[in-house]
Ligand binder design. Structure first.
Ligand SMILES: C[S@@+](CC[C@H](N)C(=O)[O-])C[C@H]1O[C@@H](n2cnc3c(N)ncnc32)[C@H](O)[C@@H]1O
Length: 242
């Protein structure tokens, strides 16, 4: 696995703009739908705050926002935030036909970078980021930003690919993930973008280091689940109140 530096945010935005049209289709195909099961696990952990305000950073085509509308209908505000205008275009288009579901709620998709978000301090009850953190070079800054916009005691959910456990099964899956998957995806979409996928995972720290990073940013770890031999992890984090 190579460990190239994470590209500039403008290059990342351009890359996701290119993959946006085929993004949902490829996710479902290549993960055989497992990606949606992981998102549902995340959403099931989210506190059922009445009139809660929910922010999904690096929302992409808005999968988590739409899952939130279904599974957490007691919230009043759902904000999807992403750096790629094309991903957001697709997310917004999915609002069509959902008038009943969104009636009386605020659903918005805004563009910008996770390291400098246009939200007030303590503005959200829950924040999530799914498969987005590895694309952000200034990860520490992003974690501090998530901490700033959360209410004290609020939750941050991180779903992300990580360097896996050192087992035979993990290596076998790694072969699919790092060698086979980028080729299939590259055939249907932008080859460079899917070659970047394993490179971006290599940027992620080991779980022990990540635990230190989130603690330094002001979070306690409530829960850490590992999927597919540690290739994917789901963290539930709590914004410390002191
Ligand atoms: C792999 S996609 C994940 C999308 C979605 N969360 C999901 O689960 O399908 C990564 C997303 O992160 C976004 N992204 C990358 N860097 C970002 C940044 N600095 N700020 C906000 N979004 C960013 C990309 O535009 C892209 O939509």
């Amino acid at each position: 696995m190579t460990t190239k530096a994470t590209p500039e945010p403008s290059q990342i935005a351009a890359m996701f703009d290119r993959v946006a049209p085929r993004y949902d289709f490829l996710n479902r195909l290549l993960s055989l739908g497992i990606d949606m099961r992981w998102r549902a696990k995340l959403m099931k952990l989210m506190p059922k705050t009445v009139n809660g305000k929910y922010l999904d950073v690096a929302t992409g085509t808005g999968d988590l926002i739409y899952m939130g509308l279904k599974m957490r209908p007691m919230f009043s505000q759902y904000t999807g935030f992403d750096i790629s205008p094309k991903m957001l275009e697709i997310a917004r288009a999915k609002l069509e036909g959902k008038e009943k579901q969104v009636y009386g709620k605020s659903v918005e998709f805004l563009q910008g970078t996770a390291t400098d978000m246009p939200f007030q301090d303590n503005a959200f009850n829950s924040v999530s980021i799914a498969f987005g953190l590895r694309n952000i070079a200034e990860r520490k800054k992003a974690l501090e930003e998530f901490h700033r916009v959360l209410v004290p005691g609020g939750r941050l959910f991180v779903l992300e690919f990580f360097p896996p456990e050192q087992t035979i099964m993990a290596r076998l899956f790694g072969w699919y993930f790092y060698s086979v998957l980028p080729r299939i995806a590259g055939f249907f979409s932008d080859p460079a973008a899917y070659k970047y996928l394993p490179e971006s995972v290599a940027q992620m720290p080991q779980p022990e280091q990540f635990a230190r990073n989130v603690q330094e940013a002001g979070f306690d770890i409530l829960d850490n689940k590992a999927f597919i031999f540690g290739h994917c992890r789901l963290y539930q984090l709590y914004k410390r109140t002191h």
